[in-house]
Ligand binder design. Sequence first.
Ligand code: THU
Length: 141
Amino acid sequence: MNNQKILIEKAFEAQQFCYTPYSNFNVGAALLCSDGTIYTGCNIENAAFTPTNCAERTAFFKAVSEGHKDFAAIAIVGNKAGLEVGQGDYCAPCAVCRQVMAEFCDLKTFKIYMAKDYDDYLEYTLEELLPHAFTPKDLED
Ligand code: THU
């Protein structure tokens, strides 16, 4: 199985763990590290709303907190609760998650797969989704 398929499957698995009592919008993500390790994430909401964490950032923060900082790709799935795999639409990462990706990932090579089914996905580079990114390079001397 290719990377995309594995990641998409893992993103759908992670989606099942989402905590979304307020939006009922369920997101799952699977992040591929350059060494082949995969970290998953789901969205985790909060009664105070703003502490909500997106699925993508959950995956990134899990990975970074365990020593990983080199990433190759992420698969993202998201849809309203109650839909079966394949019934939803493509789910794009929010702007905050794109910015977190830009902190760690190469704009030209990091791949983002937005999937609505195991074999139905859109593929973008981070640069395509976040042109003219503000990155750590901008803070260098
Ligand atoms: N959400 C994500 O998990 N990732 C995104 O990139 C888009 C939005 C979540 C946040 C919130 O729990 C729900 O989707 C509705 O915005």
